[in-house]
Write a protein of this length. Structure first.
Length: 260
């Protein structure tokens, strides 16, 4: 008989997959709080390690779709992702050393930043295909390192950092930046997941159920995205509000302990 935790893991994964398909980047930011407060994982580090596994699998699955559609700019993707992998390794190593309560509070602050980033309009770029020169390469490496560090430290996809980072570093169009960002998000998640797994900080069964739920949620989310396309901006505001509410709850619940 399937346990209550297994059902909650599937439903939570479904909620993340649905939101990702419906509104795009930023949806995975809810994975950690869902694992903590709905699925019932008590250790924030285990929640982050488990989330990193789910984020990585989801990103690479979506990367294949964008690759087939021809929206991945591989030179930018490889350069940004490779540099960020080093940042993710350092970030995830440091993240494991942070006290549980402090880590949750810091994560809540990142959630607020992600919510704000989701509400900002995305600027488009006019350059159809960037030619990687020394100046562009250096920018992509520096920005990739920074984005990878944050993603690794908190076990998040970091799409809200990666997409603008690639646009800023290379000047490629936003559609290509979104497709290219999935390589980085998947790589950051993989590096973080391996780092946490080496410390026995991944709940593998929960991760598998979360991913399965995410696949099903994504299918429903894609259908809803088509039906609700005229209300996409409203949905983003509602989702950002959910992110802010979850971050506020985490700050209230864990902030007092940190201050004490």
């Amino acid at each position: 008989m399937i346990s209550a935790q297994a059902i909650l893991a599937i439903l939570s994964g479904g909620a993340v997959g649905f939101s990702l398909a419906l509104i795009g980047g930023g949806g995975s930011i809810l994975a950690v709080p869902l694992l903590l407060y709905v699925v019932g994982i008590s250790d924030p580090h285990v929640a982050i390690g488990t989330s990193a596994v789910a984020v990585s699998v989801n990103a690479f699955a979506n990367l294949l779709i964008h690759w087939r559609a021809g929206t991945v700019h591989w030179p930018c993707a490889f350069l940004f992702g490779s540099a960020g992998a080093l940042g993710a390794a350092v970030g995830s190593t440091l993240g494991k050393l942070v006290d549980n309560e402090q880590l949750v509070v810091l994560f809540a602050l990142v959630m607020i930043a992600a919510g704000i980033a989701m509400l900002r309009p995305r600027a488009s770029a006019s350059q159809p295909c960037a030619r990687i020169d020394a100046r562009i390469a250096s920018r992509l490496v520096v920005l990739g390192l920074a984005a990878g560090f944050v993603a690794g430290f908190f076990g998040i996809g970091g799409g809200f950092l990666v997409v603008p980072g690639i646009v800023l570093g290379s000047g490629i169009p936003i559609l290509n930046a979104i497709g290219s960002s999935l390589f980085s998000v998947g790589t950051f998640g993989l590096v973080t997941a391996v780092n946490y797994a080496l410390s026995q900080l991944v709940a593998w069964t929960v991760a598998a159920l979360f991913i399965a739920g995410g696949v099903m949620g994504g299918l429903f989310g894609m259908k809803a995205a088509v039906a609700l396309a005229p209300k996409r901006d409203t949905l983003k505001y509602l989702f950002a509000g959910t992110v802010f509410a979850a971050a506020g709850y985490m700050l209230i619940r864990h902030g007092i302990s940190v201050l004490d």
